[in-house]
Design a protein around this ligand. Structure first.
Ligand code: NI
Length: 391
């Protein structure tokens, strides 16, 4: 069975909805317009319950099967937020907000779940309840964490929860699954170095924080190379250094930001302990001082084996066996759906959006969600619900 016929019929509408979201990107916890449209559509589809303003800008819809609520329920989750990136696609539906864009395809995720909501509310060919979770703030702010802490699973009891992300590196319409860890745990790194400014030609009169920063960048790489057991995965990247004004002035201070990634808690503990020890020690060795913090953002995204088998069956029913493959390895990317999977069994699947070679990747200013797969994703969600909640 390919795409569900009824969903294929409204594919052009899905594309129009997606492009509208794309034109109006909103950052974490500011998804007011997006949330308003989502809630309006859920009402129009005839959802049995629509709750707005959950965890700020979150929206939750509930659809009961033909025999009404019976205590069985599953959750399907999409994220709604955009990124602080200047869009360079040149598409007619490019972002109309300078400095903001849907560069991770959350416009497509939101639309695919809306497509499923429309179909499921119309057909109700299942028994129990489907909880549609439109989550704010995946990129920043940990919207999934906030929803869990605000009691989403108590307010809307469900046995399992599922997520999906588009993957430009995978051919359009294919699915990729993986049991166990699929995305990494993430921490944000912050460093503030304090030295002493001086003339660039008289460095002996100051303490050069730029040189200290260079030593810290080098030193931090030894943590993964020398402290983490070689067969385990870990990453430390410094992605942002800010300091100085011009050619010949040694500045007073330098700010640095970075990210750390891992899967196993013991690796995360090593990264944190060594980072917090090493940064002030290196700074101190040069006569500078450092304040640093290792701020945990999300745990690893871990797919429950049984839930993963269920997603596999739904993906195969939609795309065909040959177009559903096992991911060779997890990715060091992070995903805050991890918080929901910590609280509930479930699984997170990738849907291919690739158009060919050299597709811009996620978070690239030329990335654009592939509208072709909207009906495929909506069919996957609908099939998963019908298979997990059979009449
Ligand atoms: Ni994303």
């Amino acid at each position: 069975m390919p795409v569900i016929n009824r969903i294929a019929e409204f594919q052009p509408e899905l594309a129009a909805w997606r492009r509208d979201f794309h034109m109006h990107p909103e950052l974490a916890f500011e998804e007011h317009r997006t949330a308003g449209i989502v809630a309006g559509r859920l009402h129009d589809f005839g959802c049995d319950e629509v709750l707005e303003g959950f965890s700020g800008t979150g929206v939750i819809g509930v659809i009961h099967g033909q025999d009404g609520p019976n205590g069985r329920a599953i959750g399907l989750r999409a994220d709604m937020d955009a990124l602080p990136i200047e869009e360079l696609t040149g598409a007619p539906w490019a972002s109309q907000t300078p400095g903001k864009m849907h560069a991770c395809g959350h416009d497509g995720h939101t639309t695919m779940l809306l497509g499923a909501a429309r179909y499921l509310a119309e057909t109700r060919n299942f028994s129990g309840s489907v909880v549609l979770i439109f989550q704010p703030a995946e990129e920043k702010g940990g919207g999934a964490d906030v929803m869990v802490r605000d009691g989403i699973f108590e307010r809307f009891p469900m046995s399992r929860v599922f997520g999906m992300h588009n993957w430009p590196g995978l051919p359009a319409g294919e699915f990729a699954w993986r049991e166990g860890p699929v995305m990494a745990a993430v921490a944000n790194l912050e460093i503030a170095l304090q030295g002493k400014g001086a003339h660039g030609a008289m460095p002996h009169q100051g303490v050069d924080p730029i040189m200290v920063a260079a030593a810290i960048v080098q030193g931090l790489q030894s943590i993964v190379a020398r402290n983490v057991e070689p067969v385990e995965a870990g990453v430390i990247t410094i992605g942002h250094i800010k300091g100085g004004f011009t050619h010949n002035v040694i500045p007073d201070s330098v700010q640095m930001q970075g990210t750390a990634r891992w899967f196993k808690p013991e690796v995360g503990a090593v990264l944190k302990e060594r980072f917090l020890h090493m940064v002030p020690a290196i700074a101190g060795a040069f006569g500078a001082t450092a304040e640093c913090s290792f701020i945990r953002y999300c745990p690893p995204t871990v797919n429950d084996p049984e839930s993963t088998r269920l997603t596999l069956a739904a993906a195969r029913a939609v795309a065909g066996d040959a177009r559903v493959s096992e991911m060779e390895k997890p990715t060091m990317g992070g995903e805050d759906f991890a918080f929901m999977l910590e609280a509930k069994p479930g699984s997170y699947i990738m849907i291919g959006g690739g158009r060919g070679t050299n597709d811009p990747g996620l978070h690239h200013p030329k990335y654009d969600f592939n509208d072709e797969v909207l009906s495929v994703g909506a069919s996957y969600w609908s099939t998963l619900a019908e298979q997990l909640l059979p009449r």
